[in-house]
Design a protein around this ligand. Sequence first.
Ligand code: PXG
Length: 286
Amino acid sequence: MTVVWIDGKYYDRADAVISVFDHGLLYGDGVFEGIRVYNRRLFRLDRHIDRLYASAKAIWLEIPMPRSDMSRMVAEAVAKSSLQDAYIRLVVTRGKGDLGLDPRKCPKPSVICIVDTIKLWPADRYERGLTCLTAATPIHHRESLSPRIKSLNYLAHILAKVEGIAAGVDEVIMLDAFGFVAEASGMNLFVVKNGTLQTPPAYAGILRGITRDAVIDLAREANYGVEEIPLNRYDLYTADEAFLTGTAAEVVAVTKLDGRVIGAGTAGRVTRDLAARFRALVTRGD
Ligand code: PXG
């Protein structure tokens, strides 16, 4: 069952509401995490908690509970849900304030934890791969709203997604403000070229995905080369394989981009191998 925890109390789905004066709603002023539970175990909870507190630090928001309490609360909410496999949305908003944007007028941030499930695409997409489009909307400039902050401002990514929906494709690839390939709407991107993985460097201004890091480790263990280098659309069009990684998406191939078929047009050998290794990792739970 869905479980919602807000600032110390559990609520039913229908009663799980926040104030219209919350700056998370008024200004997108807040941060969040998406975390998966496999077989009742939280996948890499510590890394998600670290990223949440780092995102909060970067926006000058002090989370009103220590990390240990946050981790305990998430684990308790998962146990309460009785869900074997789940998706958790952990949100920290600036809290209630007045109608001006000054964050000092918000005395207490709100903490929200939702335990539910998520499914992005039908199962066949994991075999066939996704059709994609390069969106005209770039991700935020890294010195404007750093893409490394997992903030409540997803409008650039949503506008990119809308372009994809209008064009009838499954997903979108976004460029950064300089025209380099950045990420998908809620996923990191890899290409495979001659058995080597290539992915944009985290410092260049993308979200450093926890799935991305796990896949890089798995690839190195399996003796694939891994290069974190700037990529252009040309590199995607001419890749042997391309795939996306994310907590919600897990590992999923990109088989068509801007009308070009990538590789053989179905999930490739390396993508399948890494998806299987990722499945084994989450099943093991370390
Ligand atoms: N880039 C962005 C912009 C993201 O939002 C990732 C990469 C992957 O990171 P992780 O740590 O999950 O491997 C994300 C992930 C969705 C969805 O519906 C995805 C995310 C957030 C909200 C929704 O796919 N974030």
